[in-house]
Write a protein that binds this ligand. Structure first.
Ligand SMILES: NC(=O)c1ccc[n+]([C@@H]2O[C@H](COP(=O)([O-])OP(=O)(O)OC[C@H]3O[C@@H](n4cnc5c(N)ncnc54)[C@H](OP(=O)(O)O)[C@@H]3O)[C@@H](O)[C@H]2O)c1
Length: 293
């Protein structure tokens, strides 16, 4: 049985990944929460991983608050770049496959169509630079690596770093009657953590190495995403589409960071359904729809 350690197992992606691996039934799975491992501390990483000696380490730990990163670059780099390095070093020493989770924010968003794995990254904010740093350090440090770029995650656990997820925030605001203004000129590929977790499990099963984009198929703006969520749950609430220029944020955002994959096998791609279907499945899982809805 393949022994898989998941760092950051209590987070949004980590929770679903742990479940996907357990459900698959062919792995011995070890969740490593922040209490059990500190990625920024090489001694903690080495001790944990050398004791456990897994065949695969999936590093889902990250500093994910993109705006806060602009004011806290040291902390961001300590987790996203150096943390990735410490994990990759320990993996190299125990001959484990090192899996690093990355982001669409490694791109600048100027391409005008979805980015593939062969497009050159060019991040425009601290978080994106720190994640790209993590990618490079993993590739340079561990002989066997897998990097999966995900995007705009929504999942049952909600992001522990961000305190929830976009869908829940929007639905809560709509229910309370709060006016909603959402950006309609920033495009991305919304991704259900459950689908990304299942795709990752398949990549591990097929012993795949390399760099992959793992997102639900298609793309939309934040405004379109919110409208779709409201429509699925049957909420009538007006949302005003606005430009990102009307909603200044600390960190610059790529205008269009939608992703697609040119490399995935059909068996992995089939986990990554169109985002509208994934959103509906998520809303059903969260109990917003009847089981027949
Ligand atoms: N969220 C998104 O929209 C998004 C988009 C693209 C890519 N990604 C990437 O996907 C991955 C998972 O994101 P997520 O949304 O699941 O994040 P999350 O919910 O914030 O989960 C991160 C996990 O890592 C743990 N952690 C944080 N700092 C750590 C450290 N220094 N040492 C050990 N553990 C630490 C957290 O524990 P505590 O909460 O207890 O600190 C938590 O369990 C990340 O690599 C992120 O960069 C996310």
């Amino acid at each position: 049985m393949m022994r898989v350690a998941v760092i950051g197992n209590t987070g949004q992606l980590g929770t679903d990944l742990l479940n996907a691996l357990v459900e698959a039934g062919s792995y011995e799975v070890f969740g490593l929460s922040h209490r059990e491992i500190e990625c920024t501390d090489p001694a903690s990483v080495e001790k944990r991983l050398k004791t456990l000696r897994p065949d695969v380490v999936v590093n889902c730990a990250a500093f994910v608050r993109v705006d806060e990163s602009e004011d806290r670059p040291e902390e961001t780099f300590r987790v996203n770049s150096l943390g990735a390095l410490h994990v990759a070093r320990a993996c190299a020493e125990i001959d484990a496959l090192c899996v690093y989770i990355s982001t669409d924010y490694v791109f600048d968003g100027e391409k005008g169509s979805p980015y593939t794995e062969s497009d050159a990254p060019h991040p425009i904010n601290v978080y994106g630079v720190s994640k790209l740093g993590g990618e490079y350090l993993v590739q340079e440090t561990c002989p066997r690596w897998l990097i999966a770029r995900l995007a705009s995650l929504f999942g049952k656990a909600g992001s522990s770093g961000k305190g929830g997820n976009f869908v829940e925030t929007i639905l809560a605001k709509a229910k309370s009657g709060e006016p909603l203004r959402l950006v309609d000129d920033i495009r991305m590929s919304p991704t259900y953590t459950r689908d990304a977790a299942q795709a990752l499990e398949r990549l591990l099963r097929e012993r795949t190495l390399g760099l992959f984009h793992l997102v639900n198929a298609g793309h939309c703006t934040w405004y379109e995403f919110a409208c779709q969520a409201m429509e699925v749950v049957g909420l009538q609430h007006r949302i005003e589409p606005i430009s990102a220029l009307e909603y200044p944020m600390k960190a610059r955002r790529p205008k269009d960071s939608s992703l697609e994959s040119r490399k995935l096998n059909p068996s992995v791609k089939e986990c990554l359904r169109p985002w509208r279907e994934a959103l509906k499945a998520y809303l059903k899982e969260k109990g917003y729809l009847s089981s027949h809805g």
